[in-house]
Design a protein around this ligand. Sequence first.
Ligand SMILES: [Zn+2]
Length: 120
Amino acid sequence: MRVTRQFIFSAAHHLTDYKGACERPHGHTYKLAITVDGPIKSDGLVLDFVDLKRVVNESVIDLLDHTDLNDRFKNPSAELITVWIWEQLKDIGTQTGTAVTLHKVKLWEGENTYVSYKGK
Ligand SMILES: [Zn+2]
């Protein structure tokens, strides 16, 4: 069973290895979808959405929201941010005290553009 929760955060960035508008500082309202995979437990849940929200907020959102992403990333492309988010959450089973595994990280940089990552 797959379970997904979506999050929103705002941040500034500029791309450092790019020629064009995105090399200048600007901001995005990012949307993030975290999908986990696991069995349905005896309580009828794969995991409590409250626990998923807590872990993603602590490990990702609180660190990125209303920051300049260039302070944390050398080149904060959506792709490289998504890989970092995967690394932050790859032990999400332990972090939530459940048997779930991280299935997919999907990050929207705008309404029509996103990247998704499954650890490769
Ligand atoms: Zn941008």
